[in-house]
Ligand binder design. Structure first.
Ligand code: GDP
Ligand code: IMO
Ligand code: MG
Length: 429
């Protein structure tokens, strides 16, 4: 019996939500361990489409959902999301959702600072989701964050807000943005407290009990390795560690509990926001990928940048992310392309690299080295078995396995839950 951890292997939006939903039928508990409502996970089940940001995707299967301490929680956004999915028929109560009481809160001042700083950066902006993710993690590391447990202690909360506002109002005023009033913040947090606190507990205790009972835990990552604060295309990254080991520290379990790590990658590649993207296509093929893949951000609605599969970067993600097997999604989007390219390395001013160096100038100068493959004429859309795939599509998958040095253990062939081919069940030892 093993647990499973799902992480993104590119720049996000690989289809983690669909894969988590699919695997959740084999799990008892689904745990989010990092990120916040910058994540947008779309699940298509029959005629219903669920768009989840903070809620663990397993809730759609009626599985217990846990939001770990590594997540940054905007309480208003969470309550809105609960209301929205409840209207769609999901059951989200303190029986089905638990929240770490030591998780950091995102307050309105974090989103204000996020936006003010992005505006000040001008054309050097990161292209954040504007949700206050970065500023909230900064406060956590800066030891001045408000946490879920503080909502139960009005006096501690009041004192902590003084310290927090000293920091933030100085910054906001410096950026020419409106400042925040302590009493208004305090009142709004105390109004939210009775709605949020019934979900709060030390989730590590529940997870320890579940582990002892032999329950299967599915850890659901947000964002992706190339957006990891250490291993990604810094500074064009998110503000948390997205690699698999974070599942342990972000929920309060030991490293062995992470279990088997499934990296999710699209059969091509997309990115939202600014930053290096060596295999990006600015031509008709890129436009076609975006159109056929419906590549628009779930959270911000922004058009996603599209390009060829970058095997060099996914290989890097496999190594640093701790990925044991890959789930390849959106293979169907490549149906009918006469020719496909795969990035296998980088040419940087005449020097060849198999990985992307970290320097900003080197990353900006990185020219992809491509390998070209014949496409396929038949359809993979909706395929549910390996036998239904055109021979050339199988060749493409096999070549990716060789280049990224990891087996493809799951294939997804449409947004629909059951249009999935499982080669190896990650839950089995
Ligand atoms: P996540 O952030 O990794 O959960 O991914 P998103 O949900 O933001 O984006 C993935 C999008 O692709 C969603 O709209 C999914 O419904 C869709 N999707 C997932 N798997 C497939 C697939 O195999 N084929 C197609 N065509 N769409 C897919
Ligand atoms: P899921 O979980 C794609 C990107 C933003 C921006 C950068 C920093 O759906 O895959 P942030 O608001 O986190 O400070 O923004 O990270 N980004 C994502 N891109 N999918 C996501 O989540 C993302 N979450 C953040 O676009 O470039
Ligand atoms: Mg997404």
């Amino acid at each position: 019996m093993t647990n499973v951890t799902i992480i993104g292997a590119q720049w996000g939006d690989e289809g983690k939500g669909k894969v988590v939903d699919w695997l959740a039928s084999r799990a008892d508990i689904v745990v989010r361990f990092q990120g916040g409502h910058n994540a947008g996970h779309t699940l298509v089940v029959g005629d219903q489409t669920y768009k989840l940001s903070l809620l663990p995707s397993g809730l759609v299967r009626g599985k217990l959902g846990i939001i770990g301490n590594g997540v940054v929680i905007d309480p208003a956004a969470l309550l809105n999301e609960i209301e929205r999915v409840t209207a769609q028929g999901l059951v989200v109560t303190p029986e089905t959702l638990r929240i770490a009481d030591n998780a950091t809160l995102i307050l309105p001042l974090h989103a204000a600072l996020d936006s003010a700083r992005e505006a000040a950066r001008g054309d050097k902006r990161i292209g954040t989701t504007g949700r206050g993710i970065g500023p909230a993690y900064e406060d956590k590391i800066g030891r001045r964050a408000i946490r879920v447990c503080d909502l139960a202690e009005p006096e501690s909360l009041s004192a902590k807000l003084d310290e927090l506002l000293l920091h933030h109002n100085t910054l906001l005023a410096g950026l020419g943005a409106p400042i925040f009033k302590k009493q208004e913040l305090l009142d709004s947090l105390l109004a939210l407290a009775p709605k949020l606190l019934p979900f709060a507990e030390p989730v590590w205790e529940r997870l320890a009990t579940a582990r002892r009972a032999g329950d299967r835990i599915l850890f659901e990552g947000a964002q992706a390795v190339m957006l990891d604060i250490d291993h990604g295309t810094y500074p064009f990254v998110t503000s948390s560690n997205t690699v698999a080991s974070t599942a342990a520290s972000g929920s309060g379990v030991g490293p062995a509990a992470v279990g088997r790590v499934l990296g999710i990658a699209k059969a091509y590649c997309t990115r939202v926001g600014s930053g290096p993207f060596p295999t990006e296509l600015h031509d008709e093929t890129g436009r076609l990928l975006g159109e056929r893949g419906h590549e628009f951000g779930t959270v911000t609605g922004r058009k996603r940048r599209c390009g060829w599969f970058d095997a060099a970067l996914v290989r890097q993600a496999v190594k640093v992310g701790g990925i044991d097997g890959l789930a390849l999604t959106k293979l169907d989007v490549l149906d009918g392309f006469p020719e496909l390219k795969i990035g296998v390395g980088f040419n940087i001013k005449g020097n060849m690299y198999r990985h992307l160096p970290y320097g900003a100038a080197a990353q900006a100068a990185a020219e992809p080295i491509f390998e070209t493959m014949e496409g396929w004429l038949g359809s993979t859309r909706g395929a549910r078995s390996w036998a239904e795939l055109p021979a050339q599509a199988i060749k493409y998958v096999r070549r990716i396995e060789e280049l990224v040095e990891a087996p493809v253990t799951l294939l997804s062939t449409s947004p629909e839950r059951d249009d999935t081919i499982l080669m190896q069940d990650p839950f089995t030892d």
